[in-house]
Design a protein around this ligand. Structure first.
Ligand code: DX5
Ligand code: ZN
Length: 214
């Protein structure tokens, strides 16, 4: 699959409705929503009130990436705000299996996120429960960072693990994705690419989204 999930972290917060309507018109598949708590990552973004507003205008599923400590505390709140997909960090959950099931019990798609230093093999006993796995290709917290090259190898390893244990699991990649590395990421086995700066800082975001899917 070749899907694109533009990250609203790089959108114009002063005119969010304009950017969401642009995404509605584009070929993008999901809207990526980055929630940061200033604890798990050294930055604070936005929370439920903003997501409710995004939901009101978006015509595509909201792919909510929780960069917060112990995200199990807030699953029902994010469901109520309009999340369709929730991903939680392996590094932020003591009881990851419980949290993944809590997301699925709400009727949402559930995924695990791995930081760049966290090996794919740690997913061995949770992969069967995942609708998707998100591999961070930068250290989370900020948009506009440089892509970490080791990600290609992690995508290949994850693809092999999914083939062995959960062929329906989608592979998503987040951080420093652009039109130069997208093709290779899909070739390695990625299904969904997140792109913030590459989309919103480009001259023609709609065309960039189209290019990212090629
Ligand atoms: C980083 C976020 C990303 C970020 C990606 O912590 O999870 O989703 O917005 O931005 P770019 O594509 O600019 O690296
Ligand atoms: Zn993200």
């Amino acid at each position: 699959m070749r899907m694109v999930s533009p990250s609203l972290l790089s959108a114009d917060f002063g005119n969010l409705q304009h950017d969401i309507e642009m995404l509605n018109q584009s070929e993008c598949d999901w809207l990526h929503v980055d929630v940061m708590d200033g604890m798990f990552v050294p930055n604070i973004s936005f929370g439920q009130p903003v997501i409710k507003f995004i939901k009101k205008h978006a015509q595509k599923p909201l792919d909510v990436h929780l960069m917060i400590m112990d995200p199990g505390r807030y699953i029902e709140d994010f469901k109520a705000s309009g999340a369709d997909i929730i991903t939680v960090h392996y590094e932020a959950c003591t009881h990851l299996d419980r949290t993944i099931h809590a997301i699925k019990d709400c009727g949402l798609k559930a995924g695990v996120v791995l930081n760049p230093h966290t090996p794919v093999c740690l997913l061995e006993d949770i992969i069967q429960e995942c609708d998707l796995v998100l591999l961070m290709s930068v250290n989370p917290g900020f948009g506009g960072q440089k892509f970490i090259e080791n990600t290609y190898e992690k995508v290949r390893q994850l693809k092999a693990l999914c083939c062995r244990k959960n062929p329906n699991c989608l592979i998503e990649v987040d951080g420093g994705v652009n039109t130069a590395n997208a093709g290779k990421l899909y070739e390695c086995g990625a299904d969904v690419l997140v792109a913030g700066n590459a989309v919103f800082k480009s001259e023609d975001p709609i065309e960039t989204i189209k290019q990212l899917k090629k």
